[in-house]
Design a protein around this ligand. Structure first.
Ligand SMILES: [Zn+2]
Length: 243
């Protein structure tokens, strides 16, 4: 069969095919189009649409020797809450599970207010299991992790620099309007709760006591947050993300 990879998907193909738009694939066994695409190097999470003869098909469709398969990348904004042919059971909302290889991105997503699971030293099967169970989008730089069959919603982070990674994710999922800065603990992901200044006065530095009046506390780790904590960094991020 002939397989045409579109756009950025060409860069994910195995080295011998990289950059080629069109591949003549010899079918030697019965295989689903998902298996064929992944054998050529592209994780299924990166595919937005599969078209054969003008008709959209699912990952489970069998490859056929006389067909031409068009493989399109995810097209922003990707709405994971709406059913598609490739992913018929949508997610209830936008939450993330972040792999260790993009750990700093987890902190930035929490800073922007997104529910983001991140654990140090978690094994790949456990990360996949918790992402699937908790209906989270799995973000990683590991193509093999994203090829796991249990993963439905995931994304291969392309950028290297964490702030650019955040911009990449915000653009892909179209979630700029959902930013809620200073709503979540950067360390434990818990939602922050307002706390009276007088209750925590003895824990504040003199300048903070003088200049800040609204405070939040993490119910898990008891860390205190106020607008000075990371406001400047957040504003910079918002600017870079196109705010
Ligand atoms: Zn905390």
């Amino acid at each position: 069969m002939i397989i045409n990879f579109r756009g950025t998907l060409k860069e994910l193909l195995r080295p011998q095919f990289r950059g080629l738009g069109s591949i003549a694939y010899e079918l030697t066994r019965r295989a689903s189009v998902k298996d064929i695409i992944e054998a050529l190097g592209v994780p299924h999470t990166e595919v937005g649409r599969l078209i054969v003869a003008g008709r959209e098909i699912s990952f489970a469709a069998p490859g056929a020797g006389d067909e031409t398969l068009e493989v399109y990348p995810l097209s922003p904004p990707v709405d994971v809450t709406t059913p598609t042919v490739l992913r018929p059971i949508p997610l209830p909302g936008i939450t993330f599970a972040v792999d260790m290889n993009v750990g700093k991105l987890a902190t930035l997503l929490r800073m922007a207010g997104f529910d983001t699971l991140y654990r140090n030293e978690i094994a790949d099967p456990d990360l996949v299991a918790v992402a699937v169970r908790e209906k989270r989008i799995l973000l990683s730089k590991d193509t093999d992790l994203l090829k796991r069959k249990e993963v439905v919603f995931g994304y291969l982070v392309r950028e290297i620099q964490p702030e650019k990674q955040l911009t990449e994710i915000v653009h892909l999922f179209g979630i700029r309007e959902q930013f809620k800065p200073l709503s979540r603990c950067l360390r434990c992901n818990a939602l922050l709760q307002p706390v009276e200044k007088r209750q925590i006065l003895n824990r504040l530095e003199p300048l903070t006591q003088t200049y800040y009046h609204a405070f939040h506390r993490c119910p898990c780790c008891d860390r205190i947050y106020w607008p000075g904590t990371h406001r400047a960094k957040m504003l910079l991020l918002l600017t870079r993300c196109g705010a």
